[in-house]
Design a protein around this ligand. Structure first.
Ligand code: GLN
Length: 457
């Protein structure tokens, strides 16, 4: 796979034309919902004339279609926003453009980022880059696949409970979910505000660090953003690493466990220490997540009322019918399921029993992480219990689909940085990712560690 350095210094127009041609010849994967061709070529010419310069001058990239970006509609892969043209661009996109990067298209996702396979897209699923019979992972499936297919050297995604890490793992690329608040969420369609993060996919850890370094920092339009702490580094001192025991049980695919063990061997060979550790609260993490996230989803999706913007049902007689029919037609089943669960757990009779309890349990989980980080620099484990599953395998059973999130959800609940790095392939050639998790603001260290063992055996 190509790296960012393979693009810098070339003619921007040649880079963009090549990326557009690759996007078109790989249409069967359904990784992209639209191309921003006219705007991309115009920007490429401006770069070639020297009017736009920067660290990413002339480098093509793709954004998940829940980022507000010019050149094509911002759909969030939903009928609700099918024809929505963004009035502004996300801060993350603006920052990349200010460094000369060129967005060439918008990637498929689970509608409103609700899912882990991209099968919840209102416009049809994305196929895995290594096996078209399997899922791309999700919700940022399209962004992972365009990176794995070498259409672009990096792509943007959002990660609320695993949506960057899991598709990165399923497609064999690097995926970064930063510390909560590292990158502005301004101009990105909200899912669950207390765990939503903006990150990227790249073909190697150094490129991911370069892209994250451009996007991080305080934004007055997102008051949860942190002052910039991200300084790309090279070389790491020997790290003390905890291997999370709960994620290496017999329930986890044998080939996945073997891939983790091999990566641990590589870390040890590079001089790092790896010891088994326990994080008992993770067994409750899915229960917490699937209460807290739907609660926030139900609130964030309330704005789609068929009046202000988004899809409006036709031929309605009453206001209630306008709300009801617009939302029924605009949302997919999974969106509706989360709105209903969220409304239920927030309702006055059940708030204490579910939402409040889940938030208390979340604090217990955060405390367990904090205790581990008193003795360990970072943690390691799988990204998902299995490699990419088959298209349709989990669609009939939402709980089965949710179970695939068991390893990515805990760092999200704690706001921790976590990355997915390639850890080899299964016997049938499916990529397997390794997850590295660190304390808040350790993002650059995680990437430097990954870079330092990249290519080692
Ligand atoms: N698969 C998880 C979910 O469905 C994560 C989604 C995400 O990170 N956007 O909630």
């Amino acid at each position: 796979m190509a790296s960012i350095a393979d693009y810098t210094g070339n003619s921007a127009r040649a880079n963009v034309e090549k990326a557009l041609a690759a996007a078109k010849s790989n249409e069967s994967y359904h990784a992209l919902l639209s191309l921003t061709e006219a705007r991309a070529l115009k920007r490429a010419d401006a770069v070639d004339r020297g009017e736009i310069t920067g660290r990413l001058a002339g480098v093509p990239f793709v954004v998940k279609d829940n980022f507000l970006a010019f050149g094509a509609p911002t759909t969030a892969a939903s009928k609700m926003l099918e024809n929505f043209d963004a009035p502004l661009q996300a801060t993350a996109v603006e920052k990349l453009e200010a460094e000369g990067a060129i967005c060439i298209g918008k990637a498929n996702l689970d509608a409103f980022a609700h899912g882990g396979s991209t099968e919840n897209s209102a416009f049809g699923p994305t196929k895995n880059a290594h096996d078209q019979g399997r899922v791309a992972g999700g919700s940022s499936g399209g962004s992972a696949v365009v990176t794995a297919l070498d259409i672009v050297p990096f792509a943007l995604g959002t990660d609320t409970g695993g949506s960057i890490r899991q598709p990165a793992s399923f497609n064999g690329v690097v995926g970064v979910k930063p510390t909560y608040g590292a990158v502005s969420r301004y101009g990105v369609v909200a899912m669950a505000s207390s765990t939503d993060t903006i990150g990227c996919f790249a073909t190697n850890a150094d490129d991911a660090a370069l892209v994250m370094g451009v996007m991080t920092g305080r934004d007055v339009r997102d008051m949860t953003t942190l002052p910039d702490f991200f300084v790309p580094t090279t070389g790491v001192r020997p790290q003390k690493i905890g291997l999370i025991r709960e994620y290496m049980s017999d329930d986890v695919d044998g080939e996945v466990r073997m891939a983790i063990e091999k990566y641990v061997d590589r870390l040890r060979a590079a001089g790092h220490t790896v010891e088994e550790v326990s994080l008992p609260a993770v067994k409750y993490a899915l229960a917490m997540y699937y209460i807290i996230v739907p609660a926030e989803v139900s609130s964030n999706l309330a704005r789609y009322d068929g009046i202000r913007y988004g899809h409006r049902a036709e031929g309605v007689q009453t206001l209630a019918e306008l709300y009801g029919r617009s939302r029924d037609e605009g949302f997919v089943t999974e969106n509706k399921r989360r709105i209903m669960i969220g409304s239920y757990v927030l309702s006055s009779g059940f708030f204490d029993a579910y939402y409040q309890q889940a938030q208390k349990a979340r604090t217990i989980l955060i405390n367990e992480y904090n205790t581990l980080f008193e003795n360990y620099d970072l943690l390691i484990g799988p990204v998902a219990p299995t490699p990419a599953f088959r298209l349709g395998e989990n669609t009939a059973d939402p709980v089965k689909m949710y179970l695939a999130d068991i390893m990515t959800v805990p760092p999200s609940l704690a706001g921790l940085p976590a990355i997915s790095v390639p850890g080899g392939t299964s016997a049938s050639g499916l990529p397997i990712g390794v997850q590295l998790i660190g304390p808040q603001k350790s993002d650059a260290t995680l990437l430097a560690l990954a870079a330092s063992v990249e290519g080692s055996q």
